[in-house]
Design a protein around this ligand. Structure first.
Ligand code: OGA
Ligand code: MN
Length: 293
């Protein structure tokens, strides 16, 4: 008879270990594969909606399984920067400073924190992202997450009433300007990108389609303005809400180990990359992005 091993959940049973202060759990025993039985997948989705962020450790490197599992959650985005997607799996977008024969193979952003939810500049933004550590620096290069639902819930009632119906304009051009301020060697947006991704209107307070929970949809580097407000008032409102949401009590910092898969719910969380010593270390992350408002 097989003896149970300490660090493994019993077959079919997935163990949940809380991670952050108000959200996030490590799942032990979840297999990342496209053919996960329906009941196991339903249990996983249930955990996802309760915790908003899930970590699975020691996931074997398998882009095909990463894509197949991700697709169970919904249609996958194809990223606009095809030079950083995998030839074999175009649904996988590479992030980091990884170079092969001197050629950069991943999207590398050098800059300060930039809180966002993925793909907010698309008409249909992203519901969830699945981010996998292929090569992780031993220090730095953490990803930080904000409980945007908790931050909204704690606002004074009059602030909630004042912002509930507001809409913001998210623009790839605004993001590109921000990117070029921090990475002057980046090429400007092409005509094709500008026409393919025109500015879009998004709610400032996002309502989760499954849980009904409201959260702050803040992407300071992507939002050009709040509709109906002048640029200064827009900036002041966004910056004020961002200062509130980025308080320590809403944050979870993930320090990556190779083989980590972190799955987060863009519909109630914000996140940002952080710096690392990119001259000393390589970093390569694989991201799939599930579309959904
Ligand atoms: C992203 C992202 C975070 C990181 O790829 O969308 O936010 O830590 N990455 O690289
Ligand atoms: Mn992101």
């Amino acid at each position: 008879m097989d003896m149970p091993i300490m660090d493994q959940a019993a077959p079919g049973r997935i163990e949940e270990r809380p991670l952050g202060q108000s959200f996030g759990a490590e799942l032990v025993g979840l297999r990342i594969a496209g053919d996960l039985p329906e009941d196991e997948f339903a249990a996983y989705l249930d955990a996802f909606h309760r915790h908003h962020l899930l970590l699975v450790r020691n996931v074997p490197f398998d882009p095909g399984a990463h894509v197949a599992f991700s697709r169970r959650m919904g249609p996958l985005e194809l990223h606009s920067q095809t030079r950083f997607t995998l030839d074999t799996h175009p649904e996988i977008f590479c992030v980091g400073n990884h170079t092969v024969d001197g050629v950069l193979k991943a999207n590398f952003a050098r800059g300060v924190e930039q809180w966002h939810a993925d793909s907010s500049y698309r008409e249909i933004p992203s519901a969830a992202s699945l981010f996998y550590g292929v090569i992780c620096p031993p220090e730095g290069g953490e990803t930080w997450f904000i409980d945007a639902a908790g931050a909204y819930a704690d606002l004074p009632e009059e602030t909630k009433a004042g912002i509930d119906g507001l809409r913001t304009v998210h623009s790839l051009a605004t993001l590109a300007e921000w990117g070029r301020r921090h990475n002057p060697d980046r090429p400007p947006l092409t005509e094709e990108q500008t026409s393919k991704w025109p500015p879009v209107s998004q709610p400032l307070v996002r309502t989760h389609p499954v849980t009904g929970v409201k959260s702050l949809f803040l992407c300071p580097a992507v939002i050009s303005h709040v509709e109906g407000l002048d640029p200064e008032a827009s900036r002041a409102l966004i910056d004020g809400l961002m200062a509130h949401a980025s308080k320590e009590k809403y944050i979870y910092r993930h320090q990556w180990r190779e083989g980590d898969l972190v799955i987060w719910d863009n519909r109630c969380m914000l996140h940002t990359a952080t710096l690392f010593d990119h001259e000393k270390y390589q970093r390569l992350m694989h991201r799939t992005t599930v579309a959904g408002a």
